[in-house]
Design a protein around this ligand. Sequence first.
Ligand SMILES: [Zn+2]
Length: 271
Amino acid sequence: MKIEILERNDTNLRIIVKDADVPLMNALRRIALAEVPCMAIEEVVMIENSSILQDEIIAHRLGLTPLRTDLDAYSLPEDCECQSEFGCQKCRVTLTLDAEAKDGTRTVYSGEIVSENPEVLPVSDKVPIIKLAKNQKLKLEAYARLGKGKTHAKWQPVSMCTYKYYPKIIAPNQECPDCTKCADICPKKVLFIKDEKVDVRDILNCNLCMDCVEACPQKPSPLKVEWVKNAFIMNIESTGALPAERVLKEATKLLGKQLKEFEKQIKAEQK
Ligand SMILES: [Zn+2]
């Protein structure tokens, strides 16, 4: 298998994977979405809420605010040695919010949340939590824990994890005088006309919609759009909870762990 990196930063990872197959790509995609853990607020204790929003709505908004996750320092509540429903230092982070509108209406942003661990804080400090009118107050204590996307979408470390086939476009050799239909219709502007011939640029942007082939007045069209067998473009966009690269690494680790467990069970059955 060969991997080529197209784009890599904290929130995005775009790679070309060659010599892989659909079941593997899909397993990694599903694990990244549903099983790689990240931090999210799970419990909220309201101390004072004189705003117009109900406690539940505020708690829901807080839960969906992405938190930076330190995977190495915390363990999942079900795996933690404390086995306590209240949690301990290794499986729970306490965050507090104390906001008041003293001088008139104002918006409370995620940046006002204070955490006992400065490593675990909202990814962005510009997420609006609530709008308070003059003299309204919101004071609460929240507990964040690790969890998995299959339990609730707030524990999904990625906002997007997709793969597509590697496109292959065979442009006709012949000249196509007075026809630019394929280039005009291409939504990704992959095709263009040069010296009355169809040419391809930025082939990775092709999403195999086949509009160009359908628009071609010649039937069958000399323009061929196909995909390369066993080559994929994978795109991971993180919510910011974990770096995109870490999400993929954790997904491969989890897949390995599941396969090992499977192997162990087979051996146990044979005995
Ligand atoms: Zn614990």
